[in-house]
Design a protein around this ligand. Structure first.
Ligand SMILES: [Zn+2]
Length: 304
């Protein structure tokens, strides 16, 4: 009985204990399990952040530098295309001016030729008139009444003969000049033909190049825009600002012979070391351009 009673006495306690504890134990175990499952996760994140964050910073900065340098090269290509296309029309314009100049020269020479031909024909008319007068005076001399009249006519005839001589002299001079003008016109016409042909060829070439470069430029612009998306806004704005202020449009430059590839000022060794670490974005202390090393250049080449 005592056993029973004790059993009966104990058993409800034990039962209550046993019914309570297993449940609480189970719950506690479950809680622990949950915590165990969670804790390592938290621990992984909280234990490694110094390393993992560092890693991710290094990777992102390196990636940023690669994206920036790649963008720089694309934008520089666009700059180059625009410069070439800007210079070509100037060459055509020069040729156009040249052609217009030759046309004006030919016009002037033609006018000169015309006035000289008129002068020659004027002198020839004078000769005809003088000859007619001489003939008339010869006839008149046959009917003179005295020596004075005869001498007077002789003087007139001599004067007309001189007029003819002078006209002949002028005609000869004009003819020589006319020959020169004619030669100049021929030369100018040959020049004109050559320049005109050159101009037409250049114009054709220019149109081809413009079409070609416009296509290339558009492709590069799209590529540039794609690349810009890889760069955070703040950095992109800085890049664009530096590029705008730089005369050669370079915002990101390589270290070249221990110097900044943008302004050619020497970079201190410690600075160079920092640049090669890719842990920070470093700008040239003289010109403010972003500096990268050969490794970034290599990465961009691979990237392409
Ligand atoms: Zn510099």
């Amino acid at each position: 009985m005592a056993k029973l009673s004790s059993k009966a006495r104990i058993s409800p306690m034990e039962r209550s204990k046993s019914t309570e504890t297993p449940e609480t134990e189970k719950m506690a175990k479950r809680k622990l399990k949950k915590e165990k499952l969670q804790k390592p996760k938290i621990r992984l994140v909280s234990a490694d952040p110094q390393i993992s964050e560092k890693d991710s910073i290094e990777i992102t900065i390196e990636k940023k530098l690669i994206a920036l340098f790649n963008l720089q090269q694309i934008d520089s290509q666009i700059d180059k295309i625009r410069i070439i296309r800007g210079e070509l029309p100037l060459e055509v314009e020069d040729l156009e001016d040249e052609v217009v100049g030759i046309e004006t020269r030919i016009e002037k020479l033609e006018n000169e030729k015309e006035s000289m031909e008129k002068a020659i024909s004027d002198k020839k008319n004078i000769k005809v008139d003088s000859l007619a007068l001489i003939k008339r005076y010869e006839e008149q001399q046959k009917n003179v009444r005295n020596n004075r009249e005869y001498d007077s006519l002789t003087k007139e005839m001599e004067f007309q003969a001189l007029e003819i001589q002078l006209a002949d002299k002028r005609i000869k001079e004009y003819e020589i000049k006319l020959e020169g003008v004619g030669e100049n016109i021929e030369v100018a016409k040959i020049d004109f033909k050559e320049y005109k042909e050159d101009l037409d060829t250049k114009k054709g070439d220019l149109n081809d190049i413009i079409a070609e470069t416009e296509k290339e430029e558009k492709e590069l612009e799209e590529k540039s825009e794609e690349n810009q998306k890889l760069i955070e806004e703040r950095l992109l704005t800085a890049y664009q600002k530096i590029r705008k202020n730089a005369r050669n449009g370079l915002a990101v430059v390589m270290i070249e012979r221990d110097a900044c590839g943008g302004c050619f000022n020497k970079i201190p060794p410690q600075h160079q070391l920092d640049i090669r670490m890719h842990k920070k974005i470093i700008v040239c202390e003289y010109c403010g351009r972003i500096l990268v090393d050969e490794a970034i250049d290599e990465a961009v080449k691979k990237y392409e």
